[in-house]
Every structure is written in C-alpha cells, then in structure tokens.
Design a protein around this ligand. Structure first.
Ligand code: NAD
Length: 401
C-alpha cells in the first residue's frame, strides 16, 4: 500500500513518520525547501527525529516530493494542510482547495481520501468531495473519510500510538478502510456516526480549551485585585476530586489551533442564527491578556516603560517547540514598544523571527517570561534583570524572583 500525505508540516510529517513504518509514504508539500530538506533526512518538526526519517528514507519507506504526479500511484491520500482564518476572520479553505486540486488532477484511480485538517462540520461532504470531483476527469469516485488530528507537538507521553483517534467515513466502506489504515499505528480508534460529528468534536475540543483558558485568565486578574495568589487558589480548587479541571493562566493563547478553531465554530453557528457570544468573548479575553501583562509590568516600574530595556523570554507559543504562529509574545512586544520600551527577546529554540534574532539572557532592566522552554535555566532568567514578570507560573518558588 502506498500512502500520499499532502502537507508535510506538524501534522503531515508526524503522520508520515508513523505510517512509514507500515506503508510506503510519499510526503507531498508545495514548499520546495521543505521537500529538499526532508529528502536529505532533516526533520523540521519537533517529535520527528531526523535519524528516524533517514532510516525510513534508506529503507525506501519515505520520500518527499513537490510534484503532484508522484501521487498517481497512491492507494490512500491524507490531507494535512493549514486551515487558517482569512483577513476578515472567516474560515479560509484555500489550502484545502489546492490540495483537492492536486488530488483531482493527479490521482487516476479510486483511492481513500482522508482529511486530517481541522475545519467546520460539512467540510468533507460539501467542500472536499465536490472540489476533488471538480478537478478530476474520472468517471468513478473516491472514498472519503475524516480523522481530525489531535497531535500535540513536542509532547512525549501522548503520541499517534496512544492518543485515541476519532474517525468517520462518508460511506461504510470508507470507514472500514480508514480503520484498517490507522489501526496499524493507533491503538484506540473511535468511529462516530458521521463526518460532521468528527469535525464538530475537533472544534469543540479546542473551543473547550480556549474558553477555559480565558476563564482562568480572567480569574488571574480577579485574584490579583483581591491580593491573593492565583496559583495557590487554583491548587486549592484542584483538590476537589470531581467536577473541576485545572487550567493555568498565561499571556494568552497561541499556535495554529486554539486561537483559530473556535472561530470556525462561531462562524458556522452565526451563519445558522445561533449567537456564539461565549466563544467570541473567550477569544477577546485571551487576546487582551497581553495588554493586561504590560499594564502590570508598567505599574510595577514607576508607571513608565519609556527607554527601559525589556527582555521578552520565550517567544514560541508554547514550551519546547519553535512554533511562533499567533504567539502572545507578538502582542506583548507590540504593547511594550508602543509604550517606548527598548525590546529584545531571548528564545534559542526559535532562533530568528520577524527578521530579529534571539539575544543572550542578560543585562535588561525588565524581563517578561512568556514561554519557559525546558532548556532555559531558571537561575539564568533570575540573573537576566532586576525585575522579572513571569506569566508562566513555572518560576514561582525560585530563589531570587
Ligand atoms: N499543529 C498542530 O498541533 C495541529 C494539531 C491538530 C490539528 N492541526 C490541523 O492540521 C492542519 C495542518 O496543520 P499543521 O500544523 O500541520 O500546519 P503546518 O503549517 O505545520 O504544515 C502545513 C504544510 O502544508 C504545506 N502546504 C500548504 N498548502 C499546500 C498544498 N496545497 N499542497 C501541499 N502542501 C501544502 C505547507 O507548506 C506546510 O509545510 C490544520 O488544519 C491544523 O489546524 C494542527
């Protein structure tokens, strides 16, 4: 069996790494630089080791390509391309449409098409299938299924193998073949009754996180105004053995999923006349956290940041990965600069970002910790500035803070 995976980013390459243990995998990406790197055995994704990639390449089980015609022989094709928001914050399915075009124009036999990209309910049935048919010259159809991806990049305890995976087919045959495919490298497959349920479940999972993060971020502000520790209060609440799940305050949410997916749900809700006020407000609360953080830093520093050197520590959106998409650090830096601060940042995992480079961890008037990578020594953070504002909660109790 040959498997084509369209998109070799966080999701697609991770799937490729697991699937190529059992299938011949062709990783298709329209970014030629990524393709060239992958064929040299260099992984750009945390959690996919270059050594493992090189082994698969040597075994003939994996290769990357930017040529659509290389997909012509595959039996299964997985779509793993971005699903961002457009400038007017609406679902942008342009990448999915392009993937459908690649499939339609290049695959000349009936295959199983599985979508792993996150999108709103109805995408598989009403967008992907018609789009592939539009670009295809075949007079017979493909099988269609959805299996929303749950990968948490950089995480070691939950992998493709032990993270339960939802799936559904547009037909029973598609569902059966989808189960056969994933069962090779996933131990817990859960079939749901329709693709729309699987698509909605994925959106709801991330909306649940966004709303709860917003709630705890609001609570952090309430706790501060009451003069009590938000961390101690959350730990106290967390002693309840049922009906409570602890979320931690932060500078806001980032990444490709939490700030984006809930808006996909809100848009389809509103199109159907259901107000998504709760989801919308959660997004706003999380975005406003960056201003709240900078307000607190300013208040603690003689109410002025003008001319002060501020070091932002950790610009990735979460620990131990280099992903800066939608990172809260971006808004924090903007607020700091708007108030006249001289801002630099330290993040050796990210290295360079927005044409700026990571600077050494020292010599600032003020340090704001946005993301704490495991590789960063807390003692070095403490020594980097006389005043440190930690938004991560990971430095509490460290001597010198
Ligand atoms: N990153 C995550 O943690 C995560 C988790 C679950 C679900 N998802 C979802 O999975 C999907 C992919 O996300 P990602 O994080 O892997 O994105 P990514 O940006 O890391 O990777 C996407 C890749 O697709 C390529 N690409 C774009 N258009 C293409 C096309 N037309 N043909 C071929 N390649 C193309 C890009 O060059 C890129 O390498 C999104 O819908 C996302 O919401 C992501």
């Amino acid at each position: 069996m040959k498997v084509g995976i369209i998109g070799q980013g966080y999701v697609g390459l991770t799937i490729a790494a697991f699937a190529s243990e059992y299938f011949k995998v062709i990783g298709f990406d329209n970014n030629r630089k990524i393709v060239d790197q992958l064929n040299l055995g260099k992984s750009h994704i945390e959690g996919v080791e270059s050594s493992a990639l090189q082994k698969r390449i040597r075994e003939g089980a994996y290769r990357a390509t930017f040529l659509g015609q290389d997909l012509s022989e595959v039996d299964i094709v997985v779509i793993a391309v971005p699903t961002p928001l457009s400038n007017d914050r609406k679902p942008d399915l342009a990448f999915i449409e392009a993937a459908c075009r690649t499939i339609g124009e290049n695959i000349k036999k009936s295959v199983l098409v599985i979508n792993e990209s996150t999108s709103f309910p109805g995408t598989l049935r009403n967008f992907i299938k018609p789009a592939i048919e539009k670009y295809s010259t075949l007079n017979f159809g493909h099988l269609y299924a959805i299996s929303p991806e749950r990968v948490d990049p950089g995480r070691g305890d939950f992998t493709q193998r032990n993270t339960p995976r939802l799936f559904a087919g547009l037909t029973p045959e598609a569902a059966t073949k989808t189960r056969e495919f994933y069962s090779k490298f996933c131990d817990n497959l859960i079939e749901v009754s329709s693709p729309e349920v699987a698509e909605a479940a994925k959106l709801f999972e991330n909306t649940f996180r966004q709303v709860n993060i917003a709630l705890v971020n609001e609570f952090a502000q309430i706790a501060h105004s009451l003069g009590i520790s938000v961390y101690e209060t959350l730990d106290a609440a967390n002693t309840k053995p049922y009906g409570f799940m602890k979320f931690s305050p932060s500078a806001g949410v980032g990444g490709h999923c939490i700030p984006v997916d809930p808006t996909y749900l809100a848009v389809v809700a509103e199109e159907r006349g259901v107000p998504a006020t709760f989801i919308r407000r959660a997004n706003e609360v999380n975005l406003e956290m960056s201003k709240y953080v900078v307000d607190r830093v300013q208040a603690d520093n003689q109410d002025s940041l003008k001319g002060k050197s501020v070091l932002v520590i950790g610009v990735a959106y979460k620990p131990n990965i280099a992903d800066v998409r939608e990172t809260a650090a971006s808004l924090i830096i903007r607020h700091l600069r708007d108030r006249g601060a001289v801002v630099s940042w330290h993040d050796e995992v990210v290295g360079t970002w927005n044409s700026e480079s990571s600077v050494p961890l020292k010599g600032a008037d003020i340090a704001v910790v946005v993301t704490k990578h495991d590789s960063v020594d807390p003692a070095d953070i403490i020594a980097s500035a006389p005043y440190i504002f930690d938004t991560t909660g990971t430095l509490k109790g460290v001597q010198g803070l």
